[in-house]
Design a protein around this ligand. Sequence first.
Ligand code: GCO
Length: 410
Amino acid sequence: MSYQFPSDFLWGTATAAHQVEGNNINSDFWVVEQLPATIFAEPSGDAIDHYHRYPADIAQLAELGFNSYRFSIEWARVEPEEGYFSPATINHYRRMLEACHAHNLRPVVTFHHFTSPRWLISQGGWTAPATAEKFARYCGHVTQELGALIEVACTINEANIPRMVRILWSDPQAAGQQAAFLHQASAAFGVTPENFAPFLFAGSEQGRDVILDAHRQAAAAIKAARAALPVGMTLALSDMQAVPGGEATRDRYRHELQDIFLAATRNDDFLGVQTYSRERFGPEGVLVPEEGVELTQMGYEFWPQALEATLRYAAQQTGVPLIVTENGIGTADDTRRGAYYRRALEGVVNCLQDGLDVRGYYAWSAYDNFEWMLGYRPTFGIIAVDRETQQRTVKPSARWLGEIAQANEL
Ligand code: GCO
């Protein structure tokens, strides 16, 4: 029994500037990737040279059958020095947006996807309250210049992930390496280790409050520049499950890592839901993956049904329209990627059939790309890239997803 998606359903793939463009040299991540004590497996370098190769890349995504493309505009390129907004960089992203329209790909733009300008970190980064206004100023400028070409605006990618890094993923075994890294990194920006706050390091309650204020101010600045532009944030939402006796613990973690952020989206035009797997909680906290469950390259459980669960939870908690702005799997086996996407999309169909307002689906990622601290090892792309030659190779999962998108039917 096939299912016909709503006629205006958005079908796309997602990328992030730092992970695909290359040579993001004014960003905080570029600096820390080069440190002797870096926690990055390798530097991002040229990435997949999407900054120059986007015309052919965008044409290829359209040819596969997608009708939208989610990408991020890089603040560190737009405003390399505080108060200097580069016209050449704005025109670069204008050309990207025009290329999307030329190929009938509706552009979904993320204004911040983990990386920030170096100068912001030297001023206290994402735990400094003044950052909210500086971020809003950047968002307002970009929207003044490019808003007419943008269809959907995501202010901040995964506003809750710094809290997840701090609360869920801190690794006591890595404390020594992290201390050496923190010492070198904070010195590189002329701040104390306590004031070193790139986005992923702003996991304190203060950082959370600055990030949420930045979202609110940015949304207002975007609306002031272009009232008709739908604005929201995206959140990392795993399906948080409790084993018997773990309910109270799960509720406590879910409140800190999801509910507080979900509540902050209730006046937005949409919420971007980004789901990869589930997390199980016992009375003492998060549990290791369940015995016998297949694992992905990231060590996550192969759990595509998590998407339906998080969509239902987000709908119940926010009441706003939802867009799946990221969903996918790091795997070297593209047949497992295809199986994952089919099951995840079946979950989206279940939600739509129950009347949930889900407006689009974006596979993470269009390309194998720079997976942050893990470097290029994890492969999330539906298109492979040989980084020696920058040759793109479409995987079977890309053709299958593109056909679903073109037919608008599963
Ligand atoms: C994130 C980011 C992406 C990741 C993807 C795979 O959720 O961390 O949005 O940049 O690459 O999720 O981990």
